[in-house]
Design a protein around this ligand. Structure first.
Ligand code: KG4
Ligand code: ZN
Length: 356
């Protein structure tokens, strides 16, 4: 079976063809980063117009790279939420039109479910497992019991961690997206001879019992630090130092919450969790390395998808569409609507038949 995935929920226009055994035949991602960079973040109207402009070419390139013909596709999966409404409309209408004109099956996919199920494609991870989903829009700890069965242990109560990276980069005068910029300045700067600073950055909500996160205070702490300690004038070295300490705070916070979530997982499933990460921030090397060490110390299995499958892509949408199809043997009707807000919890309620 060949599955086509289409993704357009934020600022990536993506298409992919995969086989039902998880083989990736093609994955094309048109990143709009350059179009949004000068605004310091994604502009929804601009994103939708760009999706509209590039989606036919992205699709055609994806078909060419997979070396198949349109008629070879069996199932078309497209993101219908959560995300930016107009972008979702562009991608889903394109996918539905294609399915209608080619006489193919269509399935609408939840973008978060795409991230959450990716490790099953990349590492054949078995249920249940514990997922840290960290992106520009989401920060969640999710126990994944099965397809459509997600227990959200904790979420951000304000900024997502990727958003905190982006806002901190802006404060430091670094380019959007913030995550790669912060990593790069640390990499490019020799901090070995720098003394430990007198200041520290907070690790938000570290000692509270909840598994929820909060990152807006960390960003504010960086702003106050720049104003008070550095009088709004930062050398390259000081920018790198703040970036390094910011990453350490974020990593410590995320790993401490994972450790707490492990206890809850063991209580719920009577087994130790396999730990997996996904989302754009899962590309962060410090997070990957420290999480790997944590899991080795705790004797837990740890899987991180390759970088290009952590950030937004259409492989994960094709895969999630296929996982749903093979689990529930159900397709979406053509009148299914884009859903800008669509939590994993609601998906579980739908799976259990609590919402019809
Ligand atoms: O999953 P994603 O591509 O898009 C969604 O938000 O759905 O995630 C984008 C986010 C941005 O906030 C970006 O700054 C962050 O992922 N990011 C990183 C890194 N690469 C991307 N954060 C930390 N370290 C990175 N290397
Ligand atoms: Zn995403």
């Amino acid at each position: 079976m060949l599955i086509l995935g289409i993704e357009s929920s934020c600022d990536e226009t993506a298409a992919s063809v995969i086989q039902d055994d998880g083989t990736i035949l093609s994955s094309v991602v048109y990143s709009q980063i350059k179009d949004h960079q000068k605004y310091g973040g994604v502009v929804p109207e601009l994103a939708a117009r760009k999706h509209l402009e590039v989606i036919p070419d992205v699709y055609q390139e994806c078909i060419n790279k997979a070396n198949i013909s349109h008629k070879d596709i069996d199932l078309i999966a497209s993101t219908i939420g959560p995300g930016l409404l107009r972008g979702l409309i562009v991608g889903s209408v394109f996918a539905k039109s294609l399915a209608l004109s080619l006489g193919k099956d269509f399935i609408g996919v939840n973008h978060l479910e795409g991230h959450v199920l990716t490790p099953r494609l990349t590492h054949q991870v078995k249920f249940p497992y514990l997922m840290l989903l960290v992106s520009g829009g989401h920060t969640s700890l999710v126990a994944v019991e099965g397809v459509g069965l997600y227990h959200v242990y904790g979420e951000t109560i304000d900024d997502a961690v990727g958003e905190a990276f982006d806002k901190t980069a802006k404060l430091l005068g670094l380019t959007y997206p913030g995550g790669p910029s912060l990593e790069k300045i640390v990499q490019d700067t020799d901090l070995s001879s720098i003394e430990e600073p007198s200041w520290t950055l907070p690790c938000p909500m570290l000692h509270q019992n909840t598994l929820d996160f909060s990152f807006s205070g960390l960003k504010t702490a960086v702003r106050i630090l720049i104003e008070r300690e550095y009088k709004n004038t930062l050398s390259q070295t000081n920018k790198a130092l703040i970036s390094q300490k910011f990453q350490e705070s974020v990593t410590t916070t995320l790993i401490t919450k994972i450790a707490k979530a492990c206890d809850r997982f063991i209580n719920q499933f009577q087994t130790s969790p396999t730990i997996v990460i996904a989302g754009g921030v899962a590309r962060n090397n410090m997070l990957r390395e420290k999480l790997n060490i944590f899991c080795q110390q705790k004797n837990l299995q740890f899987f991180a998808p390759p970088h290009d499958l952590c950030s937004d892509n259409a492989v994960m949408i094709a895969w999630a569409g296929y996982e749903r199809f093979r689990t529930f043997h159900k397709l979406s009707s053509f009148d299914i609507k884009p859903r800008p807000r669509w939590s994993l919890d609601t998906l579980t309620e739908e799976t259990k038949g609590e919402i019809t």
